[in-house]
Design a protein around this ligand. Structure first.
Ligand code: DP6
Length: 419
């Protein structure tokens, strides 16, 4: 009876972690196993209210192996990247005591205890919106809390890095720099915060989720091929990025939007140029992506100062960063003019996230989209209905948090199994 009582407890922790989008790109590793990059990178963290991963982790003496569920489906934890993260966190586990539940775990017990992990993205995984960055960051962050790991956020970022490079930048809100580091063991390759999310809160972010049938090359294999074959990537990493990183940090600190926009667009375009320079070439952007670039470039040139920056990761989706709400409203009007929803789409599911931008743009129903005027700087009235699947309105956001309300947990606090 004593043994049963001892076996009955479950300790759970739920964390929530944002995604991030790089404005100076990470592309290329110098160590595949430790995930060490060939250049520094800088990202902006996206508001977790619109894009985030929630992860509940549980430990109990009743569990007989480590298990994980993603969006409700059990997945394997056998991969090296999961195993590296689990091992590094377990190594740093310390004593835990939860008196109300009668839980007492000594540091050495963690080696023999198994964990259950349930993870959920509040956005479609298939949309290609950095789900692995938020996911791995959340796994590491939540496990660290479960196991009472004392390491600071920077040291946790170096563990998340071993799950997916870009994940290390999701351990902070605002603008974040991943320092590439020099050492072979990776100990100096981690993320630091450049400024928090309140520093530059004028910015508004609009994501165009672009329709595509094409199966994309994964970032992991794409960057491996670029490192092996692209001389442009080598030049970029050695000569271009170090200077750009300094300029970008200055632009962010000074809230200098013209410099920020110039650097962000140039870096996205150069990243895609290194993909083209890879043998065989890799194409991540499609015709819709190119059309979006033309629209933004033309508008920025027609204004006295840039209104919007664009950036694209390893896929066709556009992330558009507007200087303020007014620019975001005008951007949304332009985007909806050229990329209205396809047949039988409804406005409510076509523009998601912070819908107040839609209100500011005076768009309440589909007929308001149909009667949008031709933007003054253009002469083409050709529209591309259905080319964008939907838009997400968001902004820079905060870093990881613990959700202490157990009703938000994804695992049952009694059984440690998915709810
Ligand atoms: C284009 O972090 O997904 O989004 O480290 O192999 O997991 P792995 O790659 P990943 O690559 C991201 C590449 C990028 C640029 C960026 O986020 O900096």
């Amino acid at each position: 009876a004593v043994v049963t009582a001892e076996k009955s407890w479950v300790r759970i922790v739920t964390g929530q972690t944002p995604t991030n989008i790089a404005v100076i790109k990470y592309w290329g590793k110098r160590d595949e196993n430790l995930i060490l990059p060939i250049n520094d990178s800088i990202s902006v963290t996206l508001d977790p209210n619109h894009l985030c991963t929630t992860t509940t982790v549980a430990v109990s003496p009743a569990f007989d192996k480590d298990r994980m569920w993603l969006n409700g489906k059990e997945i394997s934890l056998a991969g090296d990247r999961f195993q590296n993260c689990l091992r590094e966190i377990r190594k740093r586990a310390t004593d835990v005591e939860e008196e109300e539940k009668g839980i007492k775990i000594a540091k050495k017990d963690w080696e023999n205890l198994h964990v259950h992990i349930a993870s959920y993205n509040n956005f479609p995984t298939a949309a290609g919106l950095a789900s692995s960055a938020a996911g791995l960051a959340c796994l590491v962050f939540s496990l660290a809390r479960l196991m009472n790991v004392k390491e600071d956020q920077g040291q946790l970022s170096a563990i998340a890095r071993q799950g997916s490079g870009s994940a290390c930048r999701s351990l902070y809100g605002g603008f974040v720099k991943w320092i590439m580091g020099k050492s072979e063991d990776g100990s100096d390759s981690f993320a630091v915060q450049v400024t928090d999310e309140k520093h530059w809160d004028d910015l508004v972010i609009l994501i165009a989720v672009v329709s595509s049938q094409q199966k994309e090359t994964s970032s992991t294999s794409g960057m491996r091929e670029s490192v092996e074959t692209s001389l442009l990537l080598k030049h970029r990493a050695q000569e271009i990025v170090p200077k750009r990183i300094l300029q970008m940090e200055e632009a962010i600190k000074n809230k200098d939007f013209p410099s920020f926009a110039r650097l962000t667009c140039a870096d996205s375009n150069q990243f895609h140029a290194t993909c083209l320079d890879t043998t065989p070439p890799i194409f991540y952007m499609n015709d819709t992506s190119h059309k979006i670039i033309s629209i933004v470039e033309k508008w920025n040139r027609a204004e006295t100062t840039p209104q919007v920056a664009y950036t694209f990761d390893a896929g066709p989706n556009a992330v558009l960063i507007a200087r303020d709400r007014k620019a975001a409203t005008q951007l949304l009007q332009r985007m909806l003019y050229y990329f209205p929803p396809g047949a039988d789409a409804d406005l409510n599911s076509f523009v998601v996230g912070d819908k107040s931008i839609l209100q500011d743009a005076g768009i309440k129903e589909m007929k308001d989209v149909e009667s949008l005027p031709l933007p003054p700087e253009y002469n083409s009235t050709q529209k591309y209905a259905g080319a964008v699947s939907y838009f997400i309105c968001t902004r820079p956001g905060q870093g990881p948090i613990v959700l202490s309300d157990e009703t938000q947990a994804l695992l049952n606090p009694e059984t440690g199994l998915p709810k």
